[in-house]
Design a protein around this ligand. Sequence first.
Ligand code: PEP
Length: 256
Amino acid sequence: MRTPFIAANWKMYKTVHEAVAFVKELRVMAKDVHDVEIVIAPPFTALRAVADAAHASNIGVAAQNLYWEREGAFTGEVSAPMIKEAGAEYVIIGHSERRRLFGDTDQTVNRKLTAALAAHLTAIACIGETLEEREGGQTFAVLDRQLKDGLDGLNADQIAGLVIAYEPVWAIGTGRNATPQQAAEAHGHIRGRLRQWFGGLAADQCHVIYGGSVKPDNARELVSMPDVDGALVGGASLDVRSFFDILTRSRPQAAV
Ligand code: PEP
């Protein structure tokens, strides 16, 4: 049984002050929630402050990106060991905004994943098709390519500890979420490929979460679908009440 995994992707929102205020409020609200893995991904500038504010709580901290070299002349970049030292245990890799706006490819995603794992960070690897690809009947082929190239060289143990976020690009920030059936179909496909390529144990342990316009009113239905192990939440994670409602509605039914 996989623990539901709910992560907030704050993108380029929140000052250090706002981020810390959010986490202080959330840790009180969520103090009794032990059956959901809760993760916050603030901008780099707030990473250390958020890690301190979340210290000794049930809230984990993620970076939103990394560069694969340890250090060097790479102006503007941040390495996996630096992220780890700043107090994060997780990192989002290959978000569609990074692919679309900043040149991430399946190959750079693979290098970033490898660097994250070497630094003992839990990676949240994002994949998903565009609307054009879905309408062209290419969804599974795109997912296969992103998985095959992105996860190249990883072993079954590494896959077991990975979080894969299925985020159809057409659902991100659009208010148009995938239907629960569309999500379940894509997640079932992803899990099937993981089973085929990395074995049953790794496939059963790997978290496959959904992202794309998740809100309090659709979270329960999406997260209760087979093979959907949680959510990566953008816009609706910026408000503490809304994020808390999403994680409450994602708790295993018996606990709610
Ligand atoms: C995201 O940024 O990963 C995301 C899913 O955004 P939103 O929830 O706003 O669609």
